[in-house]
Write a protein that binds this ligand. Structure first.
Ligand SMILES: [Cu+2]
Length: 271
């Protein structure tokens, strides 16, 4: 069993029914949940221990002041307190390094070349998801061509043939079990692309092209929200991730690609 499999099993064993997070649907989320639950239990234990030490130390020292504990013993108590605090610092350092190692494993390793490519664009106050079509290449976009009412919210340049089969969806549809590489952009201000059920959060920043890769493993519908206060309509900036079986995804993709091809042909005939 690999590390993720082992941790996935551990997560199942740790499911107590009082978890406040939504059910996890991503492959990497099991490791994150395991880390967070473990750290919270550890921190609760340390909190209790620290308060016991805080009570125990002064009580012992008061006894020393009344002569019932020798000066040498008092110094010993002080040494024990310092040692306990040093041990606590070491535990915190270990927790930090453990979290950093997990972050590096998930974020500093790029997606596999076979990962599905989807572009995510945030704009006040919508999320758009662009699929590259059968040529697997995104067409160029121009901000001045962006026209949501005219059916081209992202400003896909009709002069670029690579964009003719691109299609834009208001729902992010992905097949379960396949890695996806999201290309994240913003058209206006900073938005926060957040899928709690996938344990995924990344800002979309104007002028930057950022990537986010993950593998959904559970079929279902997962809310997508904006985690940055991006304007007066911020609370309406919501969308959905629909994770389906590979067969359902293939059928959905074929339908959308046919529709995009028909629209492109109609636009060409109208010119
Ligand atoms: Cu936003």
């Amino acid at each position: 069993m690999n590390q993720r499999g082992a941790i996935s099993g551990a997560h199942a064993a740790m499911s107590h029914g009082w978890d406040w997070m939504p059910a996890n649907g991503s492959r990497h989320g099991f490791v994150l949940d395991h880390l967070m639950n473990g750290d919270l239990v550890l921190l609760l234990g340390l909190l209790l221990l620290a308060h016991l030490l805080l009570l125990w130390g002064p009580l012992r020292r008061r006894k020393a002041d009344h002569g019932s504990v020798s000066a040498a013993h008092s110094r010993k108590i002080f040494t024990v307190e310092i040692a306990a605090l040093c041990a606590l610092c070491l535990v915190y350092a270990w927790m930090t390094l453990d979290a950093q190692r997990l972050w590096a494993t998930d974020r500093y390793t790029g997606p596999s070349p076979a990962a599905l490519q989807v572009e995510v664009v945030g704009t006040q106050f919508h999320w758009y998801f662009r699929y590259p079509g059968q040529d697997a290449a995104f067409g160029h976009t121009k901000p001045e061509l962006a026209d949501p009412a005219g059916g081209n919210p992202l400003g896909i340049d009709p002069a670029d043939a690579a964009g003719h089969d691109d299609f834009v969806s208001s729902v992010l549809v992905l097949p379960a079990g396949r890695e996806v590489d999201l290309t994240l952009r913003s058209q206006d201000v900073i938005h926060g692309f957040f899928i709690p059920g996938m344990r995924l959060k990344q800002d979309a920043v104007p002028g930057l092209v950022l990537h986010l890769h993950f593998t959904p493993v559970s079929a279902g519908v997962f809310p997508i929200v904006c985690s940055q206060l991006c304007g007066m309509g911020h609370e309406h900036m919501q969308a959905s991730l629909r994770v389906v079986s590979p067969a359902e995804y293939t059928a959905w993709l074929a339908g959308r690609e046919r529709a995009a091809a028909a629209a492109s042909a109609a636009a060409g005939a109208g010119q």
